[in-house]
Design a protein around this ligand. Structure first.
Ligand code: F6P
Length: 341
């Protein structure tokens, strides 16, 4: 019997379970292969924490959030990980022939390194941030945008009642896709993303112009945003005598309030954006990725990952998938910015 190990690694993401289900269902029905569930990403491979993953364990899974396999950010190339040699040893002990690794940039990079050392591995891209260049979309992104949009809509009505400015911080350390889409969907007066470091003057200008038109100003900011003149902002913060807190919203809100004299509230959506059930779009994409991943395994496409191109699922080399981050292009920003203020 052929044994395929499957793991989810890195931050979790709605749709992971649908990938697992898709791969296991097709693997069982069409190819007659066995699956082994590797616990908590690469930790399970390093520590030999592996269990059988029969077809009945994946029943109904596409509707669920999180990952039944658990996840972690531990990798075989980190301290005490043992590298490819340790992974090979554990695979041999479990008679595991190949691995499907579901994860983001970090996971896919590890998968590529394992492949370079002769381990049979196929990747499935995952991230709510939608920042992997080798695929048009990743599952989890649509869910994150939907949750953010619904939350912003709710925050807007309370902001309007109180004639307040609302600053909503969404996820996105390196790229602003969630902010851009949730901001566009909810009609934000300013969308702030890491790719576009606009000035505090510009931000306050948008806030004031929205207020002038009788609106409750709504600012959607990605966690990785830093305004132009960031040092000035940091100095000004000290001037407030407020402790500098983690998130960008938490210091941006007080600065907007101080400079515009508009009462401002801040909401950081955080892990809400990654929790709960996936949207139908993400269930479909994730299921298709799972189906394609087991095909890739059976085709011996080692060192490749599945990818969405247009409406088709293709495979691309892992090296391509981990090359560059997909950031928001200038044209998408310009298009959205017409609506600000
Ligand atoms: O990459 C996904 C992501 O949710 C980012 O948007 C966010 O910056 C990060 O993970 C949060 O990581 P953690 O779950 O470890 O706090």
């Amino acid at each position: 019997h052929v044994n395929i190990g499957i793991l989810t690694s890195g931050g979790d993401c709605p749709g992971l379970n649908a990938v697992i289900r898709g791969a296991v269902m097709k693997g069982d029905r069409i190819y007659g292969v066995n699956f082994q569930g590797i616990r908590d990403g690469f930790r399970g491979l390093v520590e030999d924490d592996i269990r059988p993953l029969p077809r009945h364990d994946v029943r109904g899974l596409s509707r669920t959030g999180g990952t039944i396999l658990g996840t972690s950010r531990i990798g075989p190339f980190g301290e005490g990980g043992g590298g490819s040699a340790r992974v090979k040893q554990v695979m041999e002990r479990n008679e595991m022939d190949a691995i499907i690794a579901i994860g983001g940039e970090g996971t896919l990079t590890v998968a590529r390194m394992l492949h370079d050392d002769g381990i049979k591995v196929v990747g499935v891209p995952k991230t709510i941030d939608n920042d992997l260049s080798a695929t048009d979309y990743t599952f989890g992104f649509d869910t994150a945008v939907s949750i953010a949009t619904e939350s912003i809509d709710r925050l807007r009505t309370t902001a309007e009642s109180h004639h307040r400015c609302m600053v909503v911080e969404v996820m996105g350390r390196h790229v602003g896709w969630i902010a851009l889409h949730a901001g566009l969907a909810s009609g934000a007066h300013a969308i702030l993303i890491p790719e576009q470091p606009v000035s505090m003057e510009q931000i306050c200008g948008w806030v004031e112009s929205a207020l002038d038109r009788g609106r409750a100003p709504l600012v959607v900011v990605a966690e990785g945003f830093m305004p132009d003149g960031a040092e000035i902002v940091r100095d000004a913060l000290d001037g407030f005598g407020r402790p500098r807190l983690g998130g960008v919203g938490e210091w941006l809100g007080p600065i907007i309030e101080q400079r515009t004299d508009i009462e401002t509230r801040v909401m950081t959506l955080g892990h809400l954006q990654r929790g709960g059930v996936p949207t139908s779009y993400d269930r479909v994409l994730a299921t298709r990725f799972g189906l394609a991943a087991i095909d890739a395994v059976m085709d011996s496409k080692w060192g490749h990952m599945v990818s969405l191109r247009g409406i088709d699922i293709e495979t691309v080399p892992l090296s391509e998938g981990t090359a560059d981050l997909k950031s928001v292009p200038q044209s998408r920003w310009d298009e959205a910015a017409v609506l600000f203020g």
